[in-house]
Write a protein that binds this ligand. Structure first.
Ligand code: 5RP
Ligand code: CO
Length: 223
């Protein structure tokens, strides 16, 4: 299976957002990772569905919306209407995870679930057959530019093993501190979708960095 690159616009220059999104698309990125933060679940406030709606007509990329908000059920419809292709909620922010995942799928988009570095992957066991994607956070959510937490590697490995044993087909996404150096390691562990914010948007040549990150990630592929 080929890996996918998901640039996180959290680290983009918001004054040139449309142009920078076009650059990652030219570089071949499949997903556009959109970090939504509410100042409650995480100590930072970012963007809402209006930004997603204004980017939607400008890009053909798959819009991957990472909700780092409390009570996500209240906002899911807005993000679907704005043009999200996938909505990922946090296990830690969702009281009735099974219900929320069902709700996302009823809306006709893909559903993802995310876990923080301190959350065991086993807490997801009963929803794994329902989800399209599991997002393993490799930093504590809230900010871009943090350092990769290496214990996420064993979590990715365990999820990949479980997926194989149970013949499931969710994608494994890793988010936080991903760069050219650790990209082969996370792919070797079993990650399929690499989110990168500061590594891509902080690069001199954004388009080329997407290409370089993919090349490094592919170097970790075992099958
Ligand atoms: O969800 C996130 C933070 O909560 C971001 O997607 C993530 O941190 C990407 O930024 P970077 O690659 O710079 O770590
Ligand atoms: Co994210």
């Amino acid at each position: 299976m080929s890996i996918k690159i998901a640039p996180s616009i959290l680290s983009a220059d918001f004054s040139q957002l449309g142009q920078q999104v076009a650059e990652v698309e030219k570089g071949g990125a499949e997903y556009l990772h959109i970090d939504v933060m509410d100042g409650h679940f995480v100590p930072n406030i970012t963007i809402g569905s209006l930004v997603v709606a204004s980017l939607r007509p400008k890009s053909k990329m798959f819009f991957d919306v990472h909700l780092m908000i409390e009570s996500p059920d209240l906002y899911i419809s807005d993000f679907v209407q704005a043009g999200a292709d996938l909505i990922t909620v946090h296990q830690e922010a969702t009281k009735h995870l099974h219900r929320t995942i069902s709700f996302i799928k009823e809306k006709g988009v893909k559903a993802g679930v995310s876990i923080n570095p301190a959350t065991p992957w086993q807490s997801l066991e009963y929803v794994l057959p329902m989800v399209d994607l599991v997002l393993v956070m490799s930093v504590n959510p809230g900010f871009g530019g943090q350092q990769f937490i290496s214990s996420s590697l064993s979590k990715i490995k365990a999820l990949a093993q479980y997926r194989k044993e149970h013949q499931l087909d969710f994608e494994i996404q890793v988010d936080g501190g991903i760069n050219r150096t650790n990209a082969p390691l996370v792919v070797q562990a079993g990650a399929d979708v690499l989110v990168a914010g500061s590594a891509i948007f902080g690069a001199k040549d954004i388009q080329q960095e997407v290409v370089a990150l993919r090349k490094q990630g592919e170097a970790g592929q075992t099958e």
